[in-house]
Design a protein around this ligand. Structure first.
Ligand SMILES: *[C@@H]1O[C@H](CO)[C@@H](O)[C@H](O)[C@H]1NC(C)=O
Length: 358
């Protein structure tokens, strides 16, 4: 870098070289589009400037002096000046960054300034730098979701919601803009939001999630509306509940058979657990009622009812006698097939042993 005194001295010297018709050309002159990380060489070709030591040469970037004669005026390790070839005053930008784009100007300060300029565009795929963290907003509040990204050209940001429905609560699938502002929200606005950031450079869109967790009533469905099991076998009835706060305790689940409360003393087992595999956001729980041994009395319509602090919801399913039709719930069938497999393997082992003994 050079200090102001040096510049003054140089300026004084430059005023000595009068009446020359100077000429300055940047090569390449045409505006350049390069990819981020490329090397860019800006060559300023000087003609008729007299003794180059007697003039002030400047490289300007967007109006800011980057180089003066043989010195860089900014502290950027990616910039290199090469003045070794007479008449060429080269500025090399190693690993061009988005910040390097803009207008580059080569200027010779004689009594009259002579300059030429060109535009540099640095293309870069979008990169998401920061996203609003997951939050639990209050009903009625305003939520502002940011998805801040870099990229060149300036990326566009599109928002959608993936859960609990594949669209925004207003019904539209996508909204473009950053930030996404949600006014006067209700718990219908909860869920998993996603920003998609694109600028036409690189491999499609980059995305990031933001989760809005809000209290809501349970939403319940039966895993299977019809469960069948042979008399004497066990049957598994399952209900899936989405709610927040999530239902985690068996105290918040009740089972009814033909509208009468099911009692564990009547040969039933009950459990409830969060389904973290299906739902990493811990809103989904699965309740299971095991009829340990199906009898004609245990056939009928079953209801599961979940409640959280806001209220309750329920779902129905039927238990019928028959071939086990829900393989997921068929403990007896999977045991039978495991047994068959075990027998087949042990018979094969015997056969192999026999061959080896011969
Ligand atoms: C995103 O950028 C805006 C505007 O610069 C800023 O106000 C906001 O805090 C940023 N958000 C995040 C999550 O970084």
């Amino acid at each position: 870098m050079m200090d102001w005194k040096e510049i003054q001295v140089l300026f004084y010297l430059s005023t000595l070289s009068l009446s020359v018709v100077a000429d300055v050309t940047i090569q390449p002159l045409n505006d350049q589009r390069v990819n981020k990380g490329d090397t860019v060489v800006l060559d300023c070709v000087l003609q008729n400037i007299g003794n180059p030591n007697d003039v002030l040469l400047f490289w300007y970037h967007d109006g800011k002096a980057v180089a003066v004669n043989t010195r860089l005026a900014v502290d950027n390790p990616n910039y290199q000046l090469d003045t070794s070839v007479a008449g060429h005053w080269k500025l090399t930008i190693q690993q061009a960054q988005i910040e390097d784009q803009g207008t580059w100007q080569c200027r010779v300060q004689l009594p009259n300034d002579v300059f030429q300029e060109m535009a540099l565009v640095v293309l870069a795929p979008p990169v998401i730098m920061s996203v609003t963290p997951d939050m639990s907003p209050m009903p009625g509040s305003t939520v502002t979701l940011w998805c801040n990204a870099t990229g060149s050209p300036e990326p566009s940001v599109t928002w959608t919601r993936q859960r609990p429905a594949g669209h925004l609560p207003s019904g539209v699938e996508y909204v473009t803009g950053n930030p996404l502002v949600l006014n006067d929200i209700t718990n219908d606005w909860r869920g998993l939001y996603q920003c998609f950031v694109t600028n036409g450079i690189g491999q499609g869109a980059v995305t990031a999630p933001v989760f809005l967790q809000m209290e809501y009533f349970p939403v319940v469905k039966a895993k299977s509306g019809l469960v069948a099991a042979p008399i004497g076998n066990s049957a598994h009835l399952r209900c899936i509940c989405e709610s927040f706060p999530a239902v985690r305790s068996i105290d918040n689940v009740k089972w009814f058979k033909n509208d009468r409360l099911v009692d564990v003393n009547d040969g039933y087992q009950m459990s409830v657990e969060l389904d973290l595999e299906m739902d990493p956001y811990r809103e989904t729980s699965v309740a299971t009622l095991i009829v340990t041994s199906v009898t004609t009395e245990s056939l009928g319509t079953y209801t599961c009812r979940f409640n959280n602090i806001l209220g309750s919801a329920e779902a129905n399913m039927k238990l019928e006698e028959g071939k086990q039709i829900d393989p997921d719930t068929g403990a007896s069938r999977s045991m039978a097939s495991t047994l068959k497999f075990a027998m087949a393997t042990s018979m094969a082992t015997v056969a192999v042993a026999k061959i080896l003994m011969k």
